[in-house]
Write a protein that binds this ligand. Structure first.
Ligand code: FEO
Length: 407
């Protein structure tokens, strides 16, 4: 693959990562992911963000740099927007190939550079408003963007081209193959990347939604012609679209999100399972879209994406040894870590000799500011009356979701 020109002297240098590993060691990437770096050539040459040694990413980067007439040894500067190892993992090796390489990073990155890579020399801390003149009309301007994704994160803007190098912000899962720009994707590819943008946001960024809103506010002061993130497509036709989309996702922490309901269920012997269909029927009778996930068969990554977009959440969960069924407790732990707050919920589930799951769930829903439709617990198998009540509670939940969303 060749370096892809974005503007004169500015190139995307990207590694396509396959699907055999988990992103951050936790999130599936069935369609891979891209690690985008950017080359900016003035009289001096800078690389913005980097890769880790993953699916020969360094080899992919080296070949693309070569296609733009640059070797690792030719780089004058490396700008590190974000220290997470998907963008820095190969740093020690790069320094080995280019001992004179000057590293520019935010002040909070300095201790991380030492702790992760033992690098202390040839490092310059930069902050909001600081500039790096590359010559030949190219100027990099830095802006702190704390907690999008880590506390040390910043973004970089090139003044002459108005290209924003946003690192994790405005990114998506999914490898890009030979394509670089959102406007060159087919309709189905755009749909795919919209889904994978949401899943990436919910999995990686959602916890930090208030910081995303702050960063977007800060960026209002910048003229942006191109958004060039470090994962996924580059936005050059309508760059504001992806910024607006991220703003919308961030707002969903406060609720309401979309007028949709995620049904997340798990069952030991089929008794809790029998309640799923009546509840879904009740929801659908009100014309509300439903996303159904069976746990633990499905990975929580996908549950989280649908929970983030849904105003309503149904939990089908039995009691297990006086507490919440462990696979569902894991899902709820992830929803808590990801700040899926301010939702409207309904829980149903079976118990054997004793309940207990509901008591534990009540503590969770209180902490998460979830409002709840009355729960439906039943001993052993649900009766015909229970099943009918489940249908009615599903419909009640759907009506309340519509009211909240003004749908
Ligand atoms: Fe793409 Fe937070 O690293």
């Amino acid at each position: 693959m060749q370096a892809i020109k974005i503007r004169d002297g500015i190139y995307r240098i990207s590694a396509n990562i396959g699907n055999k590993d988990l992103f951050e060691g936790i999130w599936p990437i069935p369609n891979g992911v891209s690690l985008n770096s950017y080359l900016v050539k003035g009289e001096k040459t800078a690389l913005i963000d980097m890769v880790k040694d993953w699916d020969d990413a360094p080899g992919q980067i080296e070949a693309q740099l070569a296609s733009a007439g640059v070797s690792f040894g030719d780089l004058d500067y490396l700008v590190i927007n974000h220290m997470e190892p998907d963008h820095t993992g190969w740093l020690r090796e790069l320094r080995g190939k280019n001992p004179g390489l000057q590293i520019l990073a935010s002040k909070k990155s300095i201790p991380l550079l030492k702790n992760f890579y033992g690098i202390e020399d040839g490092v310059q801390a930069v902050g909001s408003g600081d500039k790096l003149e590359l010559g030949d009309g190219k100027t990099l301007v830095f802006e702190d963007a704390p907690n999008v994704h880590w506390p040390e994160t910043m973004v970089t803007w090139e003044a002459s081209s108005k290209v924003l190098f946003s690192c994790d912000a405005f990114g998506a899962f999914g490898a890009m193959g030979n394509k670089a720009f959102h406007d060159e994707l087919s309709v189905s590819e755009k749909d795919f990347f919209e889904r994978e943008t949401l899943r990436y946001y919910a999995n990686i960024v959602s916890t930090f939604s208030p910081f995303v809103e702050r960063a977007i506010k800060k960026l209002e002061g910048l003229e942006i012609d191109v958004v060039a993130p470090s994962h996924g497509p580059i936005w050059r036709e309508n760059p504001q679209d992806i910024i607006n989309l991220y703003g919308r996702y961030a707002s969903w922490m406060k609720g309401p999100a979309l007028p949709e309901i995620s049904v997340v269920w798990s069952s030991m012997y089929g008794n809790t399972r029998r309640m799923v269909d009546p509840v879904v029927e009740g929801i659908e009778s009100e014309g509300v879209a439903v996303h159904i996930h069976r746990i633990p068969q499905e990975h929580v990554s996908f549950v989280l994406a649908d929970a983030w977009r849904s105003t309503g959440i149904v939990l089908g969960m039995p009691t297990y040894e006086y507490k919440m069924f462990p696979p569902m407790a894991h899902v709820l732990d992830i929803l808590e870590r990801s700040h899926v707050q301010n939702r409207l919920a309904f829980r149903f589930g079976s118990y054997g000799w004793s309940g207990g799951a509901q008591k534990q769930l009540d503590e969770f829903t209180g902490a998460m500011k979830w409002d709840c439709v009355e729960a439906l617990e039943f001993a052993g198998a649900a009766s015909a009356e229970d099943l009918e009540l489940g249908r009615k509670r599903g419909a009640e939940l759907a009506r309340r979701v519509k009211e909240l969303c003004g749908a």
